[in-house]
Design a protein around this ligand. Structure first.
Ligand SMILES: Cc1cc2nc3c(=O)[nH]c(=O)nc-3n(C[C@H](O)[C@H](O)[C@H](O)COP(=O)(O)OP(=O)(O)OC[C@H]3O[C@@H](n4cnc5c(N)ncnc54)[C@H](O)[C@@H]3O)c2cc1C
Ligand code: FES
Length: 260
């Protein structure tokens, strides 16, 4: 059952951290008592022309301080409006939504793999499960887009940044960079969040290694709570193709069950 509580948060920070990328922090009076990594928040803009909420990963959180951190790229009107809100502005936010990622007990060593803004989901995973060992791989188009490196360094045993054009970190697609390191790291599991094209590349690059891959899907969303079916995505379960709602059946899925 989706969490229908609409909470009011006050912006305490809304700052650009890379080209077209912002970090926003909201403080709430009423904050959830537990959050899983890879859950998301559904944010209502204070703008009558944009009534549909915008979903963003819970990038980080602090239950004691009742704060939520999100990182977002300005890609359209909604995120442009969000980027202009000053400290003190109040926003309605539903959170935490989605199934989230709960690692199995036998998992000890995880590769966290982020592609572009998909990296925004990673801090909350290690925050929620600090006892595990994290090897983080972040991939960006170029140096100007690199974000969340310092945050993830503090939460990881090892961190690697790659850029497609080699302007920062290792050169090349981060999926290939990870494949080069797989034997050395020998992780129990890969968690990946990025564009769909990255999941196809990841499947191919890691085919020689028998490691489970969990992904978070960024489907377009409407209601965010399972009612509108806008977020339907194709999955294959028990040999049969069907649909799942990314907002409540996901956004976290086994890569094997996602029809790309
Ligand atoms: C579960 C989930 C978590 C997300 N987490 C983050 C996050 O942490 N940081 C972040 O920057 N973005 C995240 N997104 C994507 C984010 O919701 C969209 O970028 C945002 O809603 C765009 O709003 P807009 O009005 O600015 O753009 P629009 O004008 O609505 O669209 C502009 C462009 O953005 C693309 N876009 C819109 N919605 C999505 C979407 N859901 N997924 C992928 N592309 C989209 C459109 O195709 C279009 O090219 C997430 C999406 C989902 C479903
Ligand atoms: S966004 Fe409405 S059902 Fe998923």
């Amino acid at each position: 059952m989706a969490n229908l509580i609409d909470r009011t948060g006050v912006i305490t920070l809304n700052r650009q951290i890379a080209k077209d990328i912002y970090k926003i922090v909201l403080q709430f009076d009423d904050f959830p008592q537990s959050i899983h990594g890879a859950q998301f928040a559904h944010v209502k803009l204070n703008d009558k022309a944009h009534v549909l909420r915008r979903p963003f990963c819970i990038c980080d959180y602090n239950i004691a301080d009742k704060t939520l951190t999100m990182c977002y790229a300005v890609v359209g009107k909604g995120t442009e409006i969000l980027s202009k809100y000053p400290v003190g502005e109040k926003l309605k936010v539903m959170l935490p939504l989605g199934n989230g990622f709960v690692p199995d007990k036998n998992v000890k060593k995880i590769v966290l793999l982020g592609g572009g803004m998909g990296s925004a989901v990673l801090p909350a995973i290690s925050r929620t499960n600090p006892e595990l060992e994290y090897y983080t791989y972040l991939g960006f188009a170029n140096k100007d887009k690199v974000a969340l490196e310092e945050e993830m360094r503090a939460l990881s045993k090892e961190i690697t940044v790659a850029t497609d054009d080699g302007s920062y970190g290792r050169k090349g697609f981060v999926t290939n960079v990870l494949a080069e390191d797989m034997e050395r790291i020998s992780p129990d599991l890969i968690f990946c969040c990025g564009p769909e094209v990255m999941y196809k590349a990841l499947k191919k690059a890691l085919a020689p290694f028998n490691v489970p891959i969990i992904v978070s899907l960024e489907a377009r969303m409407g209601c965010g709570i399972g009612a509108c079916l806008v977020c339907n995505c194709k999955v294959k379960r028990n040999g049969e193709e069907g649909y799942a709602r990314a907002c409540i059946d996901g956004p976290v899925f086994n890569l094997d069950e996602v029809v790309l």
